[in-house]
Write a protein that binds this ligand. Sequence first.
Ligand code: ATP
Ligand code: MG
Length: 759
Amino acid sequence: DVQSVPEWLGHLNAPQREAVMTTEGPVLMLAGAGTGKTAALTHRLAHIVRERLAWPSEILCVTFTNKAAREMRERVGKLTGGALEGMPWLGTFHSIGAKMLRRHAELVDLKSNYTIIDTDDQLRLLKTLIRENDIDEKRWPPRQLAGLIDSWKNRGLNPGDLTPVDNESYANGKGQEMYRLYQARLQSLNACDFGDLLLHMLNIFRKHRDVLEQYQKRFKYVLVDEYQDTNAVQYLWLRLIAQDRKNICVVGDDDQSIYSWRGAEVANILRFDKDFPGAKVVKLEQNYRSTPQILAAASGLIEANSQRLGKTLWTELPEGPKVRVIGVWDAPEEARRVGEEIERLEREGLSLEQVAILVRAQYQTREFEDRFIQIGLNYRIVGGFRFYERAEIRDAMAYLRVIAQPADDLAFERIYNTPKRGLGAKTLEKMFLHARSTGQPLAAAALELADSDELPPRARNTIAELMRSFLRWREMSEAVTPSELMRAVLEESGYDAMLKADRSTEAAGRAENLTELVRAMEEYDTLEQFLEHVALVMDNDARDDGEKVTIMTMHAAKGLEFDHVFLPGWEEGVFPSQRSLDEGGLASLEEERRLAYVAITRARRKCTIIHAANRRIFGQWNSSIPSRFVEDLPEEHVESETTLTGGRSLWQANWSESEDPFAHVSQSRPDRSSARGPGWQRALATGYDPKAKRVKESTRSAASFAAKARTDIRVGDRVFHDKFGYGEVMDQEGNKLVIEFDKAGEKRVIDSFVTLANS
Ligand code: ATP
Ligand code: MG
């Protein structure tokens, strides 16, 4: 009863208090966005500690991100008057799993100092295994196997548990064998991957009752936030731990389940009261976050989903502006508009910390970053890298830097073997050595080495080929636009092919980023201009003080809130994503709609949705259709606005010649709309032939690197070479020597690799 409610819980509503105070027995808090689920969970934790129902070390509390764990720790600290001596078992599934496994590693034949390998290591290991087993890695890429193994681990399956279908899903029935070999290899390395952190513990719990009982006893209370996004192995692991005392409280919202692509199963939350009979189900309906308008828009949208429990949400917060839907011309205008609005908010005294731009895909951040740099607006990218810091963008930029500036050693080192060309550390060492001793750039040293016997023939050919490519690209850069050049480089270097061969979602995201890079470059007339732009952007990155606008993906924004939220790119193919449209299933579309619901409900006071009428893809203007989610929004809570003439959108327009919306485009910018455009014609006119690959050319341009030749060596001198031994100099041309070696015969070597032997 209300009388006995402690004062410090007074501000919570009745069902929240019930969720806090019902410490014994299973509790399910199933409620919509912003209803104070996380707040109630935090208070429950504080309550348990304050009432000394358990020591902090006797409570297991799982959050979805490390950041959420940090915040909860802080808040509980405040609520308990700082009495909290740390909560060893408050964290994400991974961090808690890792901690437990350290204590019991020997039970799965690991040592307690096992290493947790990252995705890169994982891929390298799988690649070795794939080769050892004579599987065609082109057809069955390591990434695919990694994805399958992850999904099996997410489902709590050991190699022996795979179904025939699982087994068939890789290399015609080799799935199980490869999974088994991979686990054996990990064990011999005293290592495990992320998926193992929980799967190993689950195996231990199942095999060693004493260990399980130890944890069942220890954890007097179990609390889990964002329960709708748990996967099978997490669910099984939790269920075992909580099965004895059953003091488990989980909170979530079926409408916010957005991680099924990572194995999350919304069914986990729906069957909670079956796993824990007699569970108290607490429903929260009052939303404390958003204005009635935002709430109504979000609720109206999610109603279009067929697969949901359905719930009521209301708020007492004062009225606010309607959700705005703005139609703009194109992506640059989208970024311009958002920038202007944010500047206005700033002038009105709003903190930038209270503004977020939530995107569907990482590549969308680029347009905003460029614009914000230009107008000097501080921003941060959460849960990912800034656009120009992403690995694939850095790779592409490295190619451009070497083209523009052959002496850029850092850039050359980054990409001489990316994509993989079979040039190893040995080759790099040789190149460095030669570059240092001759005072040349790496690229020039590489070119010389390619023309000598210093390297094995394979490496020589590869380098020569690469240097020919650079020469070609350098000539091309004079003749074609930067974006055309970039496209050629990505294709001819094998970078595109590398991403294509890799069938993971990550690779698809990288390819999208590169497409966006090409798009960004279309704004620039010369490579130098573009490189300078990027250098400035990167410089801005160094700043780390003051308030910032947050740019992040909708996925990463789960659980967070901001006063003002901007949602750009609400167009078919962007959001819902092209992938979800291609899959075509109801389930994937409904998950996208849940994501839209998550996105809108992050807003406290104002939510602005934007769609552009045109997106430029590879120099082609494409008109786009507003997202179906815009249509799902209840009209009475939405205010639509368009910057297009006469309120007409391009896709509806039926223009006559004179009002061709493309007219201003072709006037203000030179036409670069196709790969066979004028740029290429110009290239051909200057005598550039993209097909010609002549060694002669590379030799000719080597002179332009102006290598220094040694003056202490003459024809007839006796010299010593590390690899070929003793020999006599037969001929000398610049820094190249022809030497008749005593054992190895005649070789062409570079003078920096020999020492004089005749004293
Ligand atoms: P989500 O589904 O997005 O994770 P949630 O249900 O976890 O949302 P919270 O983040 O806990 O909701 O709360 C939303 C906002 O409402 C927060 O700013 C929180 O401080 C506030 N809030 C929660 N409960 C109350 C309450 N009883 N009175 C006033 N404000 C509250
Ligand atoms: Mg929450």
